[in-house]
Ligand binder design. Sequence first.
Ligand code: HEM
Length: 196
Amino acid sequence: MASTPETKIPENENEETSVASFLNEFIINPVNLLLTLIISVLVYKIFRKFIRPQVEAPAVVLPKLRKDMTVAELRQYDGTQPDGRVLLAVNGWIFDVTRGRRFYGPGGPYAPFGGKDASRGLATFSVTLPDKEYDDLSDLNSMQMESVKEWEEQFREKYDLVGRLLKPGEEPTNYSDEEPEETDTSTGCPTEKKDL
Ligand code: HEM
């Protein structure tokens, strides 16, 4: 006499019991349990950004800064000041990278660039910068200078322009008459670099 397999739901059982026994079997099966757990974790990962508060939103929006600076002045803006502002220079232009504090602020992976001229580091793939008063980048080759310009483009797209990085003895521009929204968007180097 053929016997009905244990897992088979008897045909004459009512629908409610069938569902209950199916669920019971589904959950008890270790493979199904594992799959359920994996799916739950994946679903949680996908949706957690919608249910978590935006912890990275900046607490304060700093007023826009428009100013040419010397290397010494720039150095103060490494994110350790009370307002937390972070500036850096690329190819003779200073940018406000406070929005990227997690990169350039204290403890960030690129913190050595905060308050500095990052050009050489960006061109040479090094986060360590030389302790120079003013770096004229004259020893960089044309490929490295090309890379510096590309980085400058990226910073122009992502961050606010603050002003020029002044060479020793160079006078700052007076931006007080400038329209609030006006910024210099030329990509030429402000300090007349050598031809490439
Ligand atoms: C193992 C080496 C590296 C890894 C894995 C890495 C990884 C990354 C990642 C994932 C980002 C994008 C972060 C984001 O947008 O959320 C980034 C951005 C960046 N990286 Fe790196 N990086 C490396 C090396 C370097 C080096 C050597 C430099 C320069 C010397 C550098 C400079 C930068 C800069 C300037 C940004 C842009 C940050 C911004 O958007 O303001 N990285 N890196």
